[in-house]
Write a protein that binds this ligand. Structure first.
Ligand code: BTN
Length: 319
């Protein structure tokens, strides 16, 4: 019955199907139709019921589309506009193109698949399977350009919280841009800026989250993992994307009010970097020491064996 009902609603989309028509097609009473609709709604199907029109299937839990994400967004301070693409080279490139054309803050580029996703430091980001999240968000914060990297840290906090809301799984933040679960990378964040000498024109925050991948390229076997490997059931990408955006809208508001200091305590609570012995690679040279703190600007403080405190603004770290 469930799949027949869904098939009729899917077929009719974007039109409504009346309760009467459903009861005839499915050979049951209109009350039975209503009960099945309620069950489906409880399973996460978004079905709109309108008197005198009938039922409209707005999104299915397994459907990944712009509408499936947008219909789960909470109207808040950041007016999101979702641009969903079945396939792109890179959501980051598309967001940059849109930003140059004057796209507004809150424009979000999402791709089901990326064929040339980009990571930090010119690395590749593998997400061509249609199983992960590839999201790039256009922001126009009123802050000096040197503060733009702080948005990586804010987004990391938002993604950790969204992952926990949807799956119950706890991820940790490896400064500055990785999220790890049980030591394996599940998410990377790439923040890029377009700026004039005196002001930021736009910041693009790109989030790549491994959700349901089961195979990784050989060189990533020991370092990467998917959220589904830790969750009780396979997470839905539309639900996750919406949770990330809803959470980010809240955290970004805090950031605009109080800067990185507004989310610092949360960042620290999710960090797997602080208190650990780490190695930082900066411009080809290495510094070893203990990650002591992040300051109110998101700068990592590293104490070396001679007791000298280094301020690490950017770089790659090994734990
Ligand atoms: C990293 O860990 O090096 C950062 C990876 C960032 C990947 C995301 S996926 C969405 C957006 N589009 C891209 O091409 N890259 C970012």
């Amino acid at each position: 019955m469930k799949s027949e009902l869904l098939a009729v609603l899917n077929e009719a989309y974007p039109e409504y199907v009346s309760g009467e028509k459903l009861s005839i097609l499915l050979h049951c009473s209109r009350t039975a139709v209503w009960k099945h609709i309620k069950n489906l709604q409880e399973e996460g199907y978004q079905i709109k019921a309108v008197r005198n029109k009938g039922y409209l299937l707005e999104s299915s839990p397994s459907l990944y589309s712009g509408h499936a994400v947008a219909s789960r967004l909470i109207k808040g301070n950041l007016p999101y506009q979702i641009r969903f693409y079945p396939e792109l080279l890179s959501t980051q490139n598309e967001a940059q193109r849109l930003a140059m054309e004057g796209a507004e803050e809150g424009t979000v580029v999402i791709a089901d698949k990326q064929t040339k996703g980009r990571g930090r430091l010119g690395r590749e980001w593998e997400s061509s399977m249609g199983t992960g999240l590839a999201v790039s968000l256009i922001l126009k914060p009123d802050v000096p350009a040197y503060k733009a990297p702080q948005l990586t840290l804010v987004a990391a906090v938002s993604v950790v919280k969204a992952i926990e809301q949807i799956t119950g799984v706890k991820a940790e933040i490896k400064w500055p841009n990785d999220l790890l679960i049980e030591g394996k990378k599940v998410c990377g964040i790439l923040t890029e800026m377009q700026a004039d000498p005196d002001r930021i024109k736009s910041v693009i925050v790109g989030i790549g989250l491994n959700v349901n991948e089961t195979v990784f390229p050989e060189h990533l076997h020991h370092i990467a993992a998917s959220l589904s490997g830790f969750a009780d059931s396979p997470p839905e990408r539309a639900q996750l994307a919406a949770a990330v955006l809803n959470q980010f809208a809240e955290d970004y508001e805090l950031y605009k009010q109080s800067g990185f200091a507004g989310v610092k305590a949360e960042w620290e609570s999710y960090s797997c970097t602080l208190g650990r012995k780490i190695q930082v690679r900066q411009n080809g040279s290495y510094i070893n020491g203990t990650a002591e703190a992040v300051d109110s600007q998101g700068v990592l403080k590293l104490r070396d064996k001679d007791g000298i405190l280094h301020s690490i603004v950017s770089g790659d770290i090994e734990i």
